[in-house]
Design a protein around this ligand. Sequence first.
Ligand code: FES
Length: 150
Amino acid sequence: MEKDGQMQAIAALLERAAYPKQAHYALAALQDVRALVGEVPEAALPVIAEAMGMEVSALAALMRDSAQFTPQLEAGHRLAVCQGAVCIGRGGGELLAEARRAFAGTAGLSVAAGHCLGQCLQAPAASLDGEVIAPVDMHALVRAVAALEG
Ligand code: FES
């Protein structure tokens, strides 16, 4: 389904279902959205959050904490976020902390502090299963981990 079509279908579902505006119905709404369009698109989070009377950040946290909405990978994938001096100077410490939070529920993926990857000119850097990503930010990490699925 193309993006506009997805968003229309989701809006129609939320209107039809008229979930009570209570956080504990949010998981049901997320499951229904995924059943309808095959995923919970990031662009739909504000619409779903509004329908459920929640903040977008609370809805995102609910998804992150639910094993149903976090990627489940084959065991043994390793993400290392460089903690060398140059990368630290360019936000590598915050990136590691954020990656640990974001991927805490992702089975099969370990997140660790890494040594200098020799990519200091492009810092911050990370490696996923030995593949260097530089410069790297949270979006790039989320995309790279998503690409491991399937
Ligand atoms: S310090 Fe991070 S790549 Fe060199």
